[in-house]
Ligand binder design. Structure first.
Ligand code: URA
Length: 240
C-alpha cells in the first residue's frame, strides 16, 4: 500500500498512538519532502515521499519480523489480564506496531517465537497443510527407547482420541533424565507434552529451537529479542 495518511504512517512506524501523532504533527514535528506539514490527514506516498519526524528520516516498512527467545513464565498472547505477555517484553515502539506472536508456546516453554504484524505469513506458518517443521529440544523423565521413536513416527493417539501426524523423535541421550529433539508439523494444544503423556512419560523442560528453516539465535538469552535480518525473513518465507 503506497498511499496513506501521514498520521497513520507515523503511528504504524511506532512514533506513537494515532492521537499522540496527530498532536506531534500539529506541533510541527513532521516534514514531507522538506516542508513542514501540519495536517495529520495529508496523504503521502510511502514509496516516493521523503518523510521526516523530528528531523529524522522515517523509512516505511509495512511489516516487521522479530525473533524472541521466549522465557519461561510469560504467556504467548498480546494481552492478558493477569499474566505478563511476550508483547510486554518488547519496546513500546515495536508494540505500537500491532505485532503478535506466531502461534503459542506454553507458559513454561522456552525458545523460538516469531513475532510479526504480517498476518498472512503467520497464517501460512501455522497451517498444517504447509507442513512447516517445528523442532524442539526436550528433557524427559526416564529413559527413551527406540520403541518411543517408532511410536512418534507412526503418530500417537492422545488422551482425547486424536492421532497425531508422524513426528520425529531423535534421542540425544537416554538416561534418568533423557535429552531428545522432537520435530512436529502440527501445533495442537500442549502437543508435545500430551504425546509423551500418552507414552506414560513426563516432559521436564521444553524449548523450541527452529521453525521451518529459521533457527533460534543462541546468542539471545531468554527474554531477549531482535529483528530478523532480511536473509532470515527470506528463510522463513521459503519454508512455506
Ligand atoms: N508442545 C507443548 O506441549 N508445549 C509447547 O509449548 C509447544 C509444543
Amino acid at each position: 500500500m503506497a498511499k496513506m495518511r501521514l498520521d497513520k504512517l507515523l503511528s504504524n512506524m511506532g512514533i506513537g498512538t494515532r492521537k499522540e501523532v496527530k498532536k506531534y504533527i500539529k506541533d510541527g514535528l513532521a516534514e514531507v519532502n522538506k516542508e513542514t506539514v501540519l495536517d495529520p490527514s495529508k496523504i503521502v506516498d510511502t514509496e516516493k515521499d521523503e518523510v521526516l519526524f523530528d528531523g529524522e528520516k522515517i523509512e516505511y516498512k509495512e511489516f516487521i519480523y522479530l525473533m524472541m527467545n521466549k522465557p519461561q513464565g510469560v504467556v504467548s498472547a498480546t494481552e492478558d489480564k493477569f499474566e505478563e505477555t511476550v508483547i510486554d517484553l518488547l519496546s513500546e515502539e515495536i508494540a505500537l506496531r500491532k505485532v503478535f506472536p506466531v502461534g503459542r508456546l506454553d507458559k513454561d516453554t522456552e525458545g523460538l517465537l516469531i513475532i510479526t504484524n504480517d498476518g498472512e505469513l503467520a497464517h501460512k506458518l501455522l497451517s498444517p497443510k504447509k507442513k512447516v517443521v517445528k523442532k524442539y529440544y526436550a528433557e524427559i523423565l526416564g529413559k527413551i527407547t527406540t520403541e518411543d521413536v517408532k511410536k512418534f513416527k507412526e503418530g500417537i493417539i492422545l488422551e482425547d482420541g486424536y492421532k497425531t501426524m508422524p513426528a520425529e523423535l531423535e534421542i540425544i541421550e537416554s538416561s534418568e533424565i533423557s535429552k531428545v529433539y522432537i520435530s512436529i508439523i502440527e501445533g495442537k494444544y500442549h502437543q508435545i507434552k500430551r504425546m509423551f503423556d500418552a507414552l506414560g512419560k513426563k516432559v521436564l523442560y521444553l524449548k523450541r529451537v527452529s521453525m521451518g528453516n529459521l533457527v533460534l539465535d543462541e546468542n539471545l538469552q531468554p527474554g531477549e529479542w531482535r529483528e530478523l535480518t532480511e536473509e532470515e525473513v527470506n528463510l522463513l518465507k521459503n519454508s512455506i
